[in-house]
Design a protein around this ligand. Structure first.
Ligand SMILES: Nc1ncnc2c1ncn2[C@@H]1O[C@H](COP(=O)(O)OP(=O)(O)O)[C@@H](O)[C@H]1O
Ligand SMILES: [Mg+2]
Length: 277
């Protein structure tokens, strides 16, 4: 909470700094029955995410990104392998994992404030405390003027900010975000990216952020995981050794461009697993 963006450092290792990883995916396989065949959505996926690390996952449509997130969210069970959070097997959803879906997933009959208070109510917080917390997060995402508006009165960007505030309010140590800015215009997207990094650097969070946008993947991350399809698997992992805060200067730097090109090639020039060296 006291840290500033200037002092933030990149977690050194992928294998759980000094011991247990915050998130550990070990040899996860997930298959779905498709007609008479078995469809392999995830094939032997292993990934450790360190405490406070920001990992982005990028890859072509259908490569299993959402399936991986759903496994970590506890909404899908792996066919084999393990998904662990803080060393314990994921057996269902939990309050330490905040999930943000692409389609906002707000309650349409509740105002912005009530949407944000909802999770706090479930968590058993009293009225005054709920109100105070909701206020804080409404301000954080810049929705002060719309606190009493219903979702249908909000633009896509505002709905997404509301969904983010709702996820943040219950104070999860982990944020799982599935293409949260996918449907937004470029300007709103950049604003929300910067806001997200700002919040991440002030509050302790471990983030897995799925996107199909290579620039976004590099801009946000400590580490970019590139996935490939058929079967869904991890194809490449790229360390992003760029300083935070990620300013416009960083975004326009040659170092950023080099990393973006590297990830781009990895995403768009994938070869089937069988022909890889
Ligand atoms: N519940 C399901 N039943 C059958 N097939 C599924 C199911 N969920 C996902 N799939 C298939 O698994 C593959 C990976 O899906 P998904 O994880 O949504 O990919 P991504 O998010 O990378 O686009 C897709 O081909 C999808 O059709
Ligand atoms: Mg998806």
């Amino acid at each position: 909470m006291t840290r500033t963006t200037q002092t933030r450092t990149t977690p050194a290792a992928t294998q759980g700094v000094g011991g247990t990883a915050k998130i550990s995916v070990q040899h996860v396989r997930k298959t779905f029955a498709l007609k008479n065949e078995e469809f392999v959505a995830l094939d032997d996926v292993s990934l450790d995410i360190a405490d406070n690390e920001f990992v982005t996952v990028v890859g072509p449509s259908g490569c299993g990104k959402s399936t991986l997130m759903n496994v970590l969210a506890g909404l899908e069970t792996p066919t084999s392998g393990h998904a662990r959070v803080d060393g314990a097997d994921v057996t269902g959803p939990g309050p330490e994992r905040g999930v943000i879906f692409q389609q906002y997933a707000l309650f349409p009959w509740l105002t912005v404030r009530k949407n944000i208070e909802f999770g706090l109510k479930v968590a058993g917080l009293g009225k005054a405390e709920r109100r105070e917390k909701a206020e804080h997060f409404i301000d954080l995402v810049g929705l002060g003027q719309f606190a009493d508006a219903l979702p249908k009165m909000l633009s896509g960007g505002m709905k997404q900010r509301c969904a983010i505030a709702r996820a943040y309010a219950v104070d999860p140590s982990i944020l799982l975000m599935d293409e949260p800015f996918g449907a937004l215009d470029a300007l709103t997207r950049v604003t929300l990216q910067e806001q997200l990094l700002d919040t991440w650097s002030r509050e302790q969070r471990t983030v897995m952020f799925i996107t199909h946008d290579v620039d976004e993947a590099v801009f946000l991350a400590n580490r970019v995981v590139v996935m490939a399809a058929r079967p869904g698997r991890i194809y490449d992992v790229v360390d992003v050794d760029l300083p935070y805060p990620r300013t416009e200067e960083v975004r326009l730097s040659p170092e950023f461009a080099a990393l973006r090109n590297r990830v781009w090639r990895s995403v768009y020039h994938q070869t089937p697993a069988a022909t890889r060296p």
